[in-house]
Design a protein around this ligand. Sequence first.
Ligand SMILES: Cc1ncc(COP(=O)(O)O)c(C=O)c1O
Length: 371
Amino acid sequence: MVEAMLPYFTEKYGNASSIYRLGREAASTMDEARRTVGGILNCEPREVIFTSCGTESDNLALRGVAFVRRRRRRDQIITSPIEHHAVSHTVEQLTREFGFEMVILPVNGYGMVDPADVEAAITDRTTLISIMYANNEVGTIEPVAEIGAIAREHGVPFHTDAVQAGGSLSLDVEELKVDFLSLSAHKFYGPKGVGVLYARRGVPFLPMQTGGAHEGKQRAGTENIPYIVGLATALKLAYQMQPRENERISALRDSLIEGILDHIPHAQLTGHPTQRLPNSASFVFQFIEGESILLNLDLKGVAASSGSACTSASLEPSHVLLAMGIPVEVAHGSLRLTLGRDNTLEDVDYVLEILPPIVEKLRAMSPLYAG
Ligand SMILES: Cc1ncc(COP(=O)(O)O)c(C=O)c1O
């Protein structure tokens, strides 16, 4: 991927909006990248909008649709309580500052939305449904295609944050029946700071950045050609490797989950046992803090995160775990282990060797633990 990007930092530095040769070359490179992404998403290349990240894609879909449809007196947004903050904070701001109403659906103990709840929540004021494809903290895969079918039947635009699904799950927008889908390149080994918003043709939305005619007048701003090349190359590679990698990584994930649940008492898997991302193993360990576990793992060379990674500064327990009905004190002990392309069975064995004594040591120091 890096090799594919490098020439666009040096000799092929053209601006895709310029009409001289270097510019035209940049534009045709970008067209090719758009065709590559469109092929994987099963959409037209012009429905692919390059953005600066997953957060921007989420913001553009939500605000863009909300503002354009409010003109038709539709002001209610349906979403879930387990969304990434790029979605949830945007919906909250639309509610607080711009008078929209939000309906937050419940999730079950696995963090899964029931499509029947989506259908029951739709009214003639519903402007948009936004439910993520796969959760970033617990790995649960949502029934996106079923929700999409319901949204379509009721004529309501449907956005899915597919940032965590990119690279491992199908992104076919026809199968998924979505109108908007967000991606971020670094989740599939592309560069950080570049994303995609798929926007179905004919579903109106208001551009949030105004200026030039870039990205089909849907997102003004000079395109970052090297990063777009990196995104398209990484996405293509990820889907070439997908069947083999999914099988390999999910086998490692299952050994990790089984080993942890077998060897550590008072540990619980969070998220769905089978409907989960192939790379995701997430847990809660009672009586201890997730942050202490991950600091101890870091000292042993293992990079993990706690469910509350985004809010660790405030030590708030994860909103995802709380929405799933996990008690606050238990939610504090969350740990998320994500497997990747470089991981092997030896890595899993190493974690299974070092994690039980870490948990035991922390529990021995915990005033909450009675032994
Ligand atoms: C589910 C989900 N949505 C959105 C984002 C934000 O993406 P980005 O970091 O590219 O802005 C993330 C990042 O981790 C994510 O996991």
